[in-house]
Write a protein that binds this ligand. Structure first.
Ligand SMILES: Nc1ncnc2c1ncn2[C@@H]1O[C@H](COP(=O)(O)OP(=O)(O)OP(=O)(O)O)[C@@H](O)[C@H]1O
Ligand SMILES: [Mg+2]
Length: 248
């Protein structure tokens, strides 16, 4: 099954951003939920415009925590986090929603609105920014077509399989053409062929300039990516390039 996974390697033309203006920057970040134990310890990293990065590490290593810090769902105990040039510790009242409109997120537990249709779920972010209804409909249709679910657009999420719900969550994250895409195990419920397709979509977003971070346990994806892999170990981050990232 794993042999079927084909993930295109990021091309040499992927735009690299200069260090100072990378959309994702973390410096010396630590996060503790309980006194005496660190979910993240002294993590520093940068992810540039157009970069595609896998984030890996054992269960409990802090992958979800790191992503949550980047969309201000959690605050760090130490260190500095700059997202799209904004220090997230200093975002005012309207700052968090304004920032989140520029960041697409695929949550580990999807977080779909179960009383809305698939189409409404994917379109919600476009509605919020006042996108005209016709444009929203056509963008949502295209996003759903890319994940193979346009024919399910009038269904409610709970009538879909776990993998289908996951693909709706991916469509919702991509439809707004975000500057940053954070995806937490976005292929966890998918077979290798669908996983591959989803990763291709995310790599295409990176080619258009999005900074993409994908948390995954999937060794076959890591092994074939050939790209940058950030591994969380003992609270800290270890960086590797290419197939050597497939150990964990
Ligand atoms: N809300 C919370 N309250 C207390 N501890 C938490 C909370 N969220 C996470 N943790 C702890 O922080 C650590 C990192 O958790 P996190 O969810 O970030 O790991 P993960 O790498 O995403 O794991 P998985 O691969 O299982 O999704 C774990 O030890 C976890 O128990
Ligand atoms: Mg997690």
């Amino acid at each position: 099954m794993a042999a079927k996974v084909k993930v295109r390697k990021p091309g040499p033309s992927s735009p690299a951003s200069s260090a100072g203006d990378a959309p994702v920057r973390m410096y010396g970040v630590s996060k503790s939920y309980l006194p005496g134990s660190w979910a993240l310890r002294n993590v520093s990293l940068e992810v540039g415009r157009g970069e595609f990065v896998f984030l890996t590490g054992a269960s409990g290593a802090g992958k979800t925590t790191l992503l949550k810090l980047l969309f201000a769902a959690e605050q760090p105990d130490e260190g500095q986090i700059l997202v799209l040039g904004r220090n997230i510790a200093r975002l005012g009242g309207g700052g968090v929603p304004a920032l989140r409109r520029r960041v697409g997120v695929v949550f580990q537990d999807f977080k779909l609105l179960n009383r809305r249709t698939v189409e409404e779920n994917v379109g919600v972010a476009l509605d919020v920014v006042g996108c005209p209804r016709r444009e929203t409909r056509s963008r949502v249709f295209n996003a759903l077509r890319q994940v193979g679910l346009h024919d399910r657009r009038n269904h409610q999420p709970l009538t879909l399989s776990g993998g289908e719900q996951q693909r709706v969550a991916v469509a919702r994250a991509l439809v707004g053409e975000p500057e940053i895409l954070l995806a937490d195990e976005p292929t966890g419920n998918l077979d290798s062929e669908l996983s591959s397709g989803i990763i291709e979509l995310m790599m295409a977003a990176a080619d258009r300039g999005t900074a993409v971070i994908v948390a995954t346990h999937d060794r076959s994806l890591l092994a074939r990516s050939g790209g940058r892999v950030l591994r969380l170990e003992n609270g800290g981050v270890v960086e590797s390039q290419g197939d050597s990232g497939a150990r964990g």
